[in-house]
Design a protein around this ligand. Structure first.
Ligand code: SF4
Ligand code: SF4
Length: 58
């Protein structure tokens, strides 16, 4: 299963976008991080990286 972002926790730092090896994380028009569920391989890199634990398994 892909990941999802907990927007009530996310700081909006954008760091996770740079660490995704599959380029599955992007900013939407409202500058929120969104997961491309078709591209996400559930590798877990973003979840390990996020300093506040805002990316979780769906
Ligand atoms: S690394 Fe975490 S806090 Fe930063 S933008 Fe990504 S989900 Fe939000
Ligand atoms: S789980 Fe892996 S592939 Fe999916 S968004 Fe996070 S870093 Fe990218």
């Amino acid at each position: 299963m892909p990941r999802k972002v907990l927007y009530n926790i996310c700081l909006g730092c954008g760091g996770c976008i740079g660490v995704c090896p599959f380029l599955a994380l992007n900013l939407d028009k409202g500058y929120e991080v969104v997961v491309d569920t078709e591209t996400c391989t559930d590798c877990g890199t973003c979840t390990k990286f996020c300093p506040v634990g805002a990316i979780v398994e769906v």
